[in-house]
Design a protein around this ligand. Structure first.
Ligand SMILES: Cc1cc2nc3c(=O)[nH]c(=O)nc-3n(C[C@H](O)[C@H](O)[C@H](O)COP(=O)(O)OP(=O)(O)OC[C@H]3O[C@@H](n4cnc5c(N)ncnc54)[C@H](O)[C@@H]3O)c2cc1C
Length: 428
């Protein structure tokens, strides 16, 4: 990998997401050699992926070069690499560009889509966890309408205009809201020769409410917002299969659709080689102690989505959200410096800053620790928070200008099929 050894201890970080970047920033002006590895050369702001999928934002405005984030730190080294294995005994990692020894290893590899073992759903559904996946979805949505224009088969046309989103969490809700706005404001103008009133947007949720992690008030209001936008919400229903044409459920209900979007869950993106066995949770996250140390190891840490830090308040681990990842990364940075200086580490305490989701224009729900609100003001708060956490001044400006433009013009101009998506199955 061409990384020289220095007199400083070497901290290797796998992943330049929220957790990895906040950790690297904490360490990078200290007497430590920081090596960050990521399979992408950019950081992705995942909360806005749904806007890329629905043509509201260009992909470049929610990505940022990792090298640029840390360009001013002399002891920081980045390598574009996919980490394939950890050899804890020899204190080294194996990647697609070579091996690297570490003194301290931090796994910050995030999470990946969880299909709960259903290979058919995995093969035929669309995920929205990365920028390329969001671009695939954007292309598919637009290709569906182009195809719907051409077909004379009514069943096929309906299936092309029927969108099924599995999962009523923030991702599913935000995507459904955006699709509903496209149906109302854009499709009738773009496809005047297509009866776009026939477009259906369905959200299927296995439990009895959407936005389950938020307050009952937020959940009810989000449902109300979505229903007013014409979204069909199906609760207490579990999707059992999708063969590229028909969605089956645990009830008699089935859906004929060309597009199933799987937003029903994520699991830890663990890396093989660790003897973590009993220390991996049901959602494939690595159990860590209050110092983010992976159970069973003194020199291997995990932060963010891939880590499960269990406490009486969070028996299933901290939520897989940006804030726990950022806070864990920062705290681990401080603790690693203490560890190197043989000082006692400080246990992590999560500062829950709340949760929010937007449903569309002027519609959002916000749960803060002491106050909950919904509607227009919540929407402004949602926008402000997302702009604030976006990395890079240019990205903030571009996103802000896009939002203002889209708001005034009722538009989403990035509805482009730049990279056509090849469907595995065609409705026929
Ligand atoms: C569509 C969507 C919407 C979301 N909306 C919100 C929201 O509104 N609010 C909120 O708080 N959270 C939201 N989240 C969750 C939030 O994005 C995650 O909790 C957060 O990104 C976790 O940070 P992380 O650093 O653990 O992982 P990530 O940000 O996922 O970063 C992991 C990094 O590791 C890299 N990596 C993975 N495996 C390897 C490997 N083997 N080798 C090299 N590199 C590797 C990846 O390329 C990636 O850059 C959303 C997530 C999604 C997918």
């Amino acid at each position: 990998m061409n990384i020289p050894r220095t007199s400083f201890p070497r901290v290797v970080i796998i992943g330049g997401g929220f957790a990895g970047i906040s950790l690297a920033k904490k360490l990078s002006k200290k007497e430590v050699q920081v090596v960050l590895l990521d399979k992408n050369n950019y950081h992705t702001f995942q909360p806005l992926l749904y806007q890329v999928s629905t043509g509201g934002l260009e992909p470049d405005s929610i990505a940022y070069p990792i090298r640029k984030i840390l360009k001013d730190f002399p002891n920081f080294i980045f390598r574009l690499a996919n980490v394939e294995q950890i050899d804890a005994e020899k204190k080294k990692i194996i990647t697609d560009i070579g091996t690297l020894k570490y003194d301290y290893l931090v796994i910050a590899s995030g999470s990946e889509t969880n299909y709960f073992g259903n290979k058919e759903i995995e093969a035929h559904s669309m995920a929205m966890k990365t920028i390329p996946q969001s671009l695939n979805l954007r292309s598919l949505i637009l290709e569906n309408f182009e195809e719907a224009l051409l077909t004379t088969d009514l069943i096929e046309r309906n299936a092309l205009m029927n969108f099924v989103i599995v999962g009523g969490g923030p991702t599913g809700v935000e995507l459904a809201g955006a699709l509903a706005e496209i149906k109302k404001g854009i499709l009738p103008k773009d496809y005047p020769d297509l009866d776009t009133r026939l477009v259906q947007i369905n959200v299927i949720q296995s439990s009895d409410c959407i936005l389950k992690g938020m307050s009952a008030q937020a959940s009810a209001k989000a449902e109300d917002f979505l229903e007013k936008l014409g979204v069909n919400i199906w609760k207490n229903i579990r999707v059992t299969n999708y063969d590229g044409k028909t969605v089956t459920t645990n009830t008699d209900l089935t859906f004929e659709t060309a597009t199933l979007i799987w937003a029903a869950g994520v699991k830890g993106a663990t890396i093989k080689g660790l003897d973590a066995g009993d220390f991996v949770t049901r959602s494939n996250r690595l159990l860590v102690n209050e110092f983010s140390q992976v159970k069973g190891y003194d020199d291997i840490f995990a932060v963010g989505d891939v880590a499960s830090m269990v406490s009486p308040e969070f028996p299933d681990g901290l939520p897989m959200m940006a804030q726990p990842a950022i806070q864990q990364g920062k705290q681990l940075g401080e603790n690693l410096l203490k560890l190197i200086e043989n000082k006692p580490m400080v246990p992590f305490v999560y500062n829950d800053k709340g949760a929010m989701a937007t449903i569309g224009r002027n519609k959002a729900v916000v749960d803060l620790p002491k106050i909950r609100f919904q509607g227009v003001f919540a929407w402004y708060v949602w926008m402000f928070v997302h702009l604030f956490f976006l990395i890079g001044f240019r990205n903030r400006m571009v996103v802000f200008i896009n939002w203002v433009y889209n708001y005034i013009r009722f538009d989403r101009e990035a509805r482009l099929i730049i990279r056509p998506y090849k469907k595995k199955h065609r409705i026929q």
